[in-house]
Ligand binder design. Sequence first.
Ligand code: PMV
Length: 361
Amino acid sequence: MNFTMNTSEIILPFNKEKKVSWRSPSNIALVKYWGKKENQIPSNPSLSFTLSESYTETSIFYKKKEYLNAASLEFRFEGKKNLPFQNKIEGFLKKIIEYFPFLTELQLKIDSRNSFPHSAGIASSASSMSALALCLCSIEKKHFGSLNDKNEFFTKASFIARLGSGSASRSVFPYAATWGEIIENSISSDEFASVLPFELNPKFKNYKDAILIISKQTKKVSSTAGHALMVGHPFAKERFILAKKNLKLLLSALKLGDEKSFIEIVENEALTLHALMMSSNPGFILIHPNTLKIIEKVRDYREKTGIKLCFTLDAGPNIHLLYSDNDSDEVEKYIKKELVQYCENEFWISDKMGEGPMEIL
Ligand code: PMV
């Protein structure tokens, strides 16, 4: 697919400031993307559930530059100027200029806020980069007569979000998305994510995600550094084969409503991700003793009660507990009684699968 614009179409008729805004959710990977090639191309395909309560809201205020050398970006995070974020966004905008050539002629003010506390140890790159990508696609759609087709709009947003943060490519779709080539599934691409090629079994459509915050500290090793350590990793080849196999098995479980296989694959993926970190060179450990305590308790609880509660982890110590909404009273009672004691300041977030991003008009 070609995501560049036809530059001859570009006329900028607006001198008055205009605005676009999007709310975009975070997502939790069930089959993990870990390892990449140049230009944010993943080494293996991944699949995630789109969340609903953990999101970023981003607005871009834009007008034509008065002087060609005028500063072009002012970035505010939660109402305050934020230079490190501004520098990151500036770098990103430079990288994507070929897909939005009008950016050279615009003066931008970007305001962004998260629904979750900034220092909660929750990665915000998926929600923030997807919100920003959606805003840019909205500017293109409003003024340049392209991206009118819904599928084209969200596919370009996913493609652009991917260039900011790989996992962000999956956040622009409702419920669940895959990203990366899966061979026989021709709609899947390494360049952008897509919705599942079938209707998700109703059993999974009401899934909840309790995010247990074990530590609010910033990670010792960034995911960029972690991905890089997969180059030359002794288990890389097997890992990329396993991820593809797990993805195919998970797709079938999601289609058939097979919760038993779902649990096996999801927990295996979480533990494999951290095993890869530990066996990198240098190896590193992001889980915490309390992460392990909760894993043990969750497996005990499942065995004793038969309730299909399982865990996954992202690149950090925090735990995502996945369960059906039908079991939420029971499970949430259990979380409050037995698990919050292992969370930093007993903090956890009750999230659930969501319908994807929303334009704020
Ligand atoms: O998108 P990144 O570069 O922050 O990497 C995300 C890596 C994991 O969260 C561990 C897995 C995933 O697929 O989201």
